[in-house]
Design a protein around this ligand. Structure first.
Ligand code: KG4
Ligand code: ZN
Length: 329
């Protein structure tokens, strides 16, 4: 079964064709990052307009690369939340139109669930249940217990900034442009060993995160308000180390407390190699983490998730609405 996955929740117009929820036939991502970089972050209205301009071209390219025609598509899966309302609407309406004219079933996919299902794409060994999911992106940082397909219980979340948001804000403070995550990682890699240690938040919620205090600390150091200003590469490395340490410590604790068989790392921040290595080192159970290009937003993860939903008979009505504030678990 060929599922077309459509993703427009933020600043990537992405469409993929995935066979049986696992085999990627094509995965096309048109990034708007250069356009938004001028403004230091994603401008919602510009994102929506750009999705409108790009989406039919992205569809053509996805079909061509998959050596498919529309007639070869068996179902449409589309992200309906969470995300930017206007941006979500473009993909959702495009998906509805395709489903309507081709009389295809349509599945409404939760973007965060989509990130998790990237772990099922093109793998020899599928993740096993129960699994613990650490989902870290520009908008969310969640620790979710996944007891089976489509069954989630959220154990923890960020109480302020998401991990990716913190990377983006610190990237801006260090003059690195947008998005901050990859740029902070590159700068941190140039730093030698550093003695600079930034604070980790202590929180009541055993599996919750907080990154805004860390970001403020970087701001004070950059402004020279705490004595001599550290080198930017050293600051980037210390910041990255603090974020990674918080994420890994809480995820490992959740794994130990819940007797799971698998740890799944996903979302844009999961592209970070320091986080990937630290979690692989410290996880007491096998770690499943998609390659970096499947961690950041893409259509294949939406198709993979949509296929699973279809197996459960979860087809959406064509008047389904977008849900910008949707959560998971
Ligand atoms: O999942 P995603 O592509 O979009 C959202 O759903 O938000 O995640 C984007 C986020 C951005 O904040 C970006 O800075 C961060 O993921 N990111 C990274 C890296 N690559 C992307 N953060 C740290 N290190 C990276 N290599
Ligand atoms: Zn995402």
């Amino acid at each position: 079964m060929n599922v077309l996955g459509i993703e427009t929740s933020c600043d990537e117009t992405a469409i993929a064709v995935v066979r049986d929820g696992r085999q990627i036939l094509s995965n096309v991502v048109a990034s708007q990052v250069e356009m938004h970089a001028r403004y230091g972050g994603v401008v919602p209205e510009l994102a929506s307009r750009q999705h409108v301009e790009a989406i039919t071209l992205v569809l053509d390219e996805a079909l061509e690369r998959a050596h498919c025609r529309l007639a070869d598509i068996d179902a449409v899966a589309v992200t309906t939340g969470p995300g930017l309302a206007g941006a979500l609407l473009v993909g959702a309406n495009f998906g509805k139109a395709l489903a309507y004219v081709r009389s295809l079933p349509m599945v409404a996919v939760n973007h965060l669930e989509g990130h998790i299902y990237a772990a099922w794409l093109d793998v020899e060994r599928e993740p096993r249940f129960p699994a613990l999911c650490l989902t870290v992106s520009g908008g969310h940082s969640d620790i979710v217990l996944m007891s089976g397909h489509g069954r989630y219980h959220r154990l923890g979340q960020t109480v302020d900034d998401a991990a990716g948001e913190a990377f983006d804000k610190v990237g801006r403070l260090l003059g690195l442009g947008f998005p901050g995550g990859p740029a902070v990682e590159r700068l941190a890699a140039r730093s030698g060993a550093t003695t600079l240690r930034l604070p980790r938040a202590r929180l009541d919620g055993a599996y919750d995160f907080s990154f805004s205090g860390l970001k403020s600390k970087v701001l004070r150091l950059v402004r020279g308000e705490e004595g001599e200003q550290p080198h930017t590469d050293e600051l980037a490395a210390a910041f990255q180390e603090a974020v990674v340490d918080s994420l890994v410590t809480k995820a490992v604790r959740a794994v130990q407390d819940h007797d799971v068989r698998q740890l799944i790392l996903s979302g844009g921040v999961a592209a970070n190699s320091v986080l990937r290595e630290a979690l692989a080192d410290r996880s007491p159970v096998p770690l499943s983490v998609p390659p970096p290009l499947l961690c950041t937003d893409n259509g294949a993860m939406v198709a993979a998730c949509g296929w699973q939903r279809l197996q459960a008979g979860d087809v959406a009505a064509l008047d389904v609405d977008v849900r910008p504030g949707l959560r998971i678990g």
